[in-house]
Design a binder for this molecule. Sequence first.
Ligand SMILES: Cc1ncc(COP(=O)(O)O)c(C=O)c1O
Length: 374
Amino acid sequence: MSITRRDWIRQSLLASTTMLVAGPHIAQGCASERLQDLGEKDGLILLNWNENPYGPSDTAIQAVNDAMKYANRYPDEQINELKEKLAKKNGLKPANFLLTAGSTEVLSLLGQHVGLQKGEIVTPFPTFPTALQFGQRAGATIKKVKLDSNDRIDLDQTLDAISDKTTMVFICNPNNPTGTELATDDLRAFCREVPENVLICVDEAYVEYSNAGMSGSMVGLIKELPNLIICRTFSKAYGLAGLRMGYAISNVRNIQALRERHLGAEISTGWPPLVAATAALDDPEFINKCVVKNAEGKQIIFNGYDKWGVKYNPSSTNFVYARDDRFEKDLVAKMRAKGILITKWPTMTNHFRVSIGKPEHMRTFVETVAEFLV
Ligand SMILES: Cc1ncc(COP(=O)(O)O)c(C=O)c1O
């Protein structure tokens, strides 16, 4: 039987390494600390991890409450149910989806996949680091491509950086931590240009909040490009970060290969997260409300920054990335002392990142941060 080049790539892209036995602990890349106990969260304004301050939706809470009586059972048909719903929503088949405990799991699997074959990940940088960190720990080389002068991903430079050494290109769109978004057509054209033997991972964690909305997703290319893998999460707009529910979308062979190496054998998520996510997909009103409120919260912070001449990026997400040179040093620690958690990653030498909370949180943030203007 003859095998075409495309078929060969389909079979081999994710099938060429053995499994890593123990994964390292996830590093969020954030400098913001964990809290001592849950009660402490109630007294703080949490603008550090890009969580949805409105979630979870009532429908998701109800689904979890109803599911608790089945917590003695392994999840089974709930997995198929969620995949079927995702498939319908995205015009694909259930077999195009892998369900994971947050999209962190997909990113770590992909990073390890590249690392174990001593491959190379090309990535615009700064970006969300999980795939890069896992890749590096497992042996990958990371080739970073600078963002342009407006902190936007430079697709031409990224394409130029791909060589015969490259195993995967990672694109986070919209990008964390910079908040910028690529034009949908540009990203689509880029994906089509990437050589077929190079995996493309597009991380769409913030797609629901993006200016382009779901039409900015690369999901329409899944049937066309066998090397494309999309990561999505229920942690952001769906407000389910604490339940750990994410997924990968790709062609059936890639999903199968990921599934075979998934440390949780696809049951790392439990019955409650599965039913919560399934219920949440039936509640588009909740997402719409969160997106509108997010825009309101963002405008409050933009107004403050505009008044003071603070430079910030237009944000297509639920966070804002701004230069810190108008503020006193150690802003993160000073805000922490005032009960407001914000973020500065090690790569953010001149910037800090603020997640969008409820409008009242953003007003408090703006009033408080004004005390540290210099
Ligand atoms: C761009 C991006 N991708 C993936 C994740 C991982 O999210 P989770 O594992 O909660 O799905 C995050 C979390 O902040 C993120 O910002």
